[in-house]
Design a protein around this ligand. Structure first.
Ligand code: FES
Ligand SMILES: [Fe+2]
Length: 431
């Protein structure tokens, strides 16, 4: 339980709020780079700020104020030039540093134009890494953008998926330190949705540890030995806005106090017969969260999570909750957020910030099963593998994977539309 005041401090993200100032110290993924194959300017709202994200003709990304510094027209309706974005109203041109580099009529009427040098708009650094666009909205100098180990893996098919979630970021992110919900929300609820009556193995114990990049949660379930990686390694609450599960990351990026961008990155290892596969570009797609009946979609893992998050209300009322033994991790991260907000106020760098460029080049996170990602497995093992056998048939995480992405995935894995390995099929028919 939190007091009303502490709940407000935890959930407000606008400029000048303690949590807003705190979260601005980190690079955040804000879009898929492949989105910019379809358009070159996009209106975005992040941390309560209305902004314009663009890619100019030279390939540079910019994240600037939504409003033009002249008479406040909407820059997301502007157009890009070789360098920068031009307002469609009177043609003022802004670069990725927020500098106004042209004011066509003013430059003509007064070649010395003193107005141009005075003109500057909000602009935040943007970087592209592993199919994601990352923004840094805090005070300069910006820390290093961490290159997580999974981003360096070869022989895989990656994809970036986004969804718009109508609730506060914190209830989404508290889900990253909540092991027991797997048993109920993903296992037992899915079993019921299939019309079956049985129950999945129970959680017998859970544990939580802190490390440099975040927290891990560990679990033992019925029938699971204690030397299982789910107890010896666990899963990662990636500080402050991420969740890492080995083959995928999930981030919950605050749009404002009542909305969150869910942005996820997935890697799927090709079977070892397909080694040498190189993915030319990482596709992006947007996943819906409601069905034709207007109800939340409940069929896919992350959609199920979303039902829990939005069900807690636009901003979860933590004055009314009742925490138990399964929520120890929730209490730990809340306490840590408060300590961290204080540390930033005192002028310290917060948890997980990397300033050493060498260190940022490869950031290894705890991972329950690293070897298969590096070495691969043959097609025959995929057929009976509890995860890969399903993964070849369908994308289990978010609803609505478009056919174009499924096609690219099938080509990478060497499977047909139904998930059958083509090489194995040919071998079988040749017998
Ligand atoms: S309002 Fe943008 S150039 Fe005039
Ligand atoms: Fe979940």
């Amino acid at each position: 339980m939190l007091s009303e005041e502490r709940n407000r401090i935890m959930t407000q993200v606008g400029p000048g709020t303690p949590m807003g100032d705190y979260l601005r110290r980190y690079w955040m993924p804000i879009a898929g780079a492949a989105e910019f194959e379809e358009f070159d300017v996009k209106a975005v709202r992040l941390m309560g700020e209305n902004l314009t994200l663009y890619k100019d003709k030279s390939g540079t990304f910019g994240l600037v104020d939504r409003h033009c510094p002249h008479r406040r027209a909407d820059l997301s309706y502007g157009f890009v030039e070789e360098k920068g974005i031009r307002c469609n109203y009177h043609g003022w041109l802004m670069d990725e540093n927020g500098k106004c580099i042209e004011q066509p009529y003013e430059d003509t009427a007064n070649p010395k134009n003193p107005l141009r040098d005075k003109c500057k708009i909000t602009a935040y650094p943007v970087k592209e890494l592993s199919g994601l666009l990352w923004a840094y909205m805090g005070p300069l100098p910006a820390p290093e953008l961490p290159v997580y180990e999974a981003f360096t893996w070869k022989n895989g098919f990656c994809e970036v998926v986004t969804s718009d979630i109508p609730c506060n970021w914190l209830q989404c992110q508290e889900n990253s330190i909540d092991p027991v919900h797997f048993e109920w929300m993903h296992d037992n609820w899915s079993i019921r949705q299939k019309g079956q009556e049985k129950y999945a193995p129970k959680h017998l114990k859970v544990a939580f540890d802190e490390f440099e990049e975040g927290f891990v949660y560990k679990r033992v379930r019925e029938g699971q030995p204690e030397d299982s990686a789910m107890w010896t390694v666990g899963r990662v609450f990636l500080w402050p806005l991420g969740f890492y599960l080995g083959e995928h990351f999930e981030w919950r990026i605050p749009v404002d106090d009542e909305n969150t961008l869910s942005i996820t990155w997935f890697y799927c290892r090709v079977p070892s017969e397909r080694d040498g596969y190189v993915q030319e570009r990482i596709p992006h797609w947007h996943s819906p969260i409601t069905g034709p009946d207007g109800r939340w979609i409940t069929t896919h893992v992350i959609n199920q999570d979303i039902v829990a998050w939005v069900g807690q209300g636009r901003i979860g009322d933590r004055t009314k909750e009742l925490l138990g033994a399964s929520d120890k991790g929730i209490a730990m991260i809340r306490n840590r957020f408060f300590e961290e907000m204080e540390a930033v106020k005192a002028g310290k760098d917060p948890k997980g910030i990397i300033r050493d460029p060498e260190k940022a080049k490869l950031v290894k996170l705890p991972i329950a099963e690293r070897k298969p990602f590096l070495d691969g497995k043959p097609m025959r093992e995929y057929l009976t593998h509890p995860y890969y056998s399903k993964r070849m048939k369908d994308f289990p995480w978010n609803a609505g994977q478009p056919e174009r992405v499924r096609k690219e995935f099938c080509e990478a894995m060497g499977i047909d539309r139904d998930g059958n390995f083509l090489a194995l099929k040919e071998m079988a028919s040749a017998k």
